[in-house]
Design a protein. Structure first.
Lengths: 83, 197
């Protein structure tokens, strides 16, 4: 029987991009019998879930202004080229 | 090979026709680029400077964009390169979370303490406090893990894309990502417990 430490070290095989079923089987067997590892996995999944929902803060005014200026300069130089 | 006769108008490739205007690239993607850079650097002021540098590069390189990756991936690649170069030049280190996330086990490999149960699904709109906690925990990750974590778990790039961006093997991405997730779980668990209470 694999230990909790081994299960936690391999939890990544149970989330995200598909891993071979054979790699997951021993982990799933352990999880069925171990409430602590199940709780750990729930916390691991919840962590991933909440981080994917991290908000996108609005641009600070100063940066928005600097980018706007950059865009205007680019437009000006393009216009200059075409004139 | 297709030959073009003199005077014939060559249609723009499909990817070029679908390219949004410069104005749209700036307005749509600047907040995301700023968030990415801010998370990688952990500083608002540095993130502002680097975001500006990123868009300077975008202006310079956009004519060479060939649609080999999606526009957001291409933009993020420029942002990552610029941010990592900046960080390397700055060369400072902030206080980081412990780099050993597997230290919570007894000698026999069993959990050393009771693992608290986490709540069911959290509300769709995360509390402001939660956003702050996530950002702070990401900021304390060792650089090695943070880059991969931000690109996969916040920006939602595939392991392969991140491996290409950071010039790592996919196995290295998976390993660093897992360690980062363990550290993040450890940092966020107290909040989850509070939410469950």
């Amino acid at each position: 029987m694999i230990t909790c430490r081994t299960v936690v070290a391999r939890l990544w095989k149970l989330v995200g991009e598909a891993e071979p079923a054979s790699d997951r089987r021993s982990l799933e067997r352990h999880l069925e019998a171990c409430p602590s590892c199940r709780a750990y996995l729930d916390g691991y999944r919840l962590t991933i879930h909440v981080c994917k929902r991290l908000h996108c803060p609005p641009l600070p005014d100063r940066l928005a202004w600097r980018l706007r200026e950059l865009l205007e300069e680019e437009r000006g130089s393009k216009k200059g080229e075409s004139d | 090979m297709t030959t073009v006769s003199p005077g014939q108008v060559v249609p723009a490739p499909a990817w070029q026709e679908e390219l949004p205007s410069l104005e749209r690239i700036f307005t749509e993607y600047a907040p995301r680029i700023y968030r990415l850079v801010r998370l990688l650097l952990g500083s608002d002021a540095d993130a502002e400077d680097v975001t500006q540098q990123v868009f300077l590069q975008v202006l310079r390189k956009l004519p060479d964009f060939r649609g080999e990756s999606t526009l957001p991936t291409w933009l993020n690649r420029i942002a990552v390169n610029t941010a990592l170069t900046f960080r390397k030049q700055r060369g400072t280190r902030q206080k980081r979370l412990s780099a050993e996330p597997l230290d919570e086990f007894a000698a026999d490999g069993i959990h050393a303490a009771v693992v608290p149960r986490v709540p069911g699904p959290l509300p769709e709109a995360l509390a402001h406090e939660m956003h702050q906690l996530i950002e702070a925990a990401i900021g304390r990750l060792p650089d090695l893990y943070r880059d991969v974590f931000v690109l996969v778990d916040v920006e939602e790039h595939s392991n392969q894309e991140v491996a290409d961006m950071l010039r790592l093997s996919v196995a290295a991405v998976k390993s660093r990502l897992h360690r980062a997730r363990l550290l993040m779980r450890k940092a966020l668990t107290p909040y989850f417990e509070e939410t469950a209470a």
